[in-house]
Design a protein around this ligand. Structure first.
Ligand code: B16
Ligand code: MG
Length: 217
């Protein structure tokens, strides 16, 4: 029944959340307030401009569209400087073995990330050719929890949503998968990813045959 696996990038394949946090925090500090790592959790899977709005609201600031665009551009430049140093060593534990199993079992793969920098990050970590389809922030109009990013992935892979399994670390991402009629594996904590069909701490030791059997049960 499951024919395709769709992967979120940040938090599943690599941990870029830390770099997003550093770059947003720098911006907030320049504007005279601070954000915590706990606050940053709310930004996972949320698009750049929506993240900016949430941060500005937190700092009680209302700015013009022009100023917001300037801030988002500068944040992205700082973020790009941080991610430019990434290498294949930044691939999260278990991911490489998991992809080896996928290839052996002829399972189709797609990336479903709202990041406009997804292609560049995949290139840095040497995984640009590991996906049959790449849907990123440049191809979608609506961010997670809207299902668009995953529905486009299913479409490009020519499978139905019911044949897809999504891997997500963010609450908004699990919601997007569910809204698209897909099953979802959460990567992280069970208490947080309550809507996921199954939750793993990471992909270390996850056997895809056992996983698919468990989901079909
Ligand atoms: P960018 P994902 C998301 O990636 C991040 O989780 C989120 O924190 C970020 O704001 C968003 O990408 C946009 O990223 O500024 O690079 O376009 O989790 O969907 O892979
Ligand atoms: Mg994520």
């Amino acid at each position: 029944m499951i024919k395709a696996f769709l992967f979120d990038l940040d938090g599943v394949i690599v941990d870029t959340a830390i770099y997003h946090y550093q770059a947003w925090r720098q911006m907030a500090n320049d504007l005279g307030f601070d954000i915590t790592e706990e606050f940053n959790e709310k930004l996972k899977g949320i698009s750049r401009m929506e993240s900016l709005d949430i941060i500005l609201q937190h700092g009680h600031l209302q700015l013009s569209e022009e100023r917001k665009n300037e801030l988002a551009t500068r944040k992205n430049e700082n973020y790009l400087q941080l991610v430019s140093k990434m290498t294949p060593a930044d691939i999260l534990p278990g991911v490489t073995d998991f992809f080896t199993q996928l290839k052996k079992n002829n399972i189709k793969t797609a990336l479903g990330s709202v990041s406009k920098n997804a292609g560049l990050i995949l290139e840095r970590i040497g995984m640009l050719n590991d996906f049959d389809a790449i849907i990123d922030g440049n191809k979608i109009a609506k961010g997670k929890p809207d299902p668009e990013v995953f529905l486009k992935g299913a479409e490009e892979l020519e499978v139905s949503p019911a044949e897809c399994l999504v891997f997500e670390d963010a609450v908004a991402g699990v919601e997007a998968a569910k809204a698209g009629g897909m099953k979802a594996v959460g990567i992280g904590k069970k208490e947080v990813l309550t809507k996921a069909d199954l939750v793993f701490e990471n992909l270390v030791g996850v056997d895809i045959r056992v996983l698919i059997d468990d989901l079909n049960r």
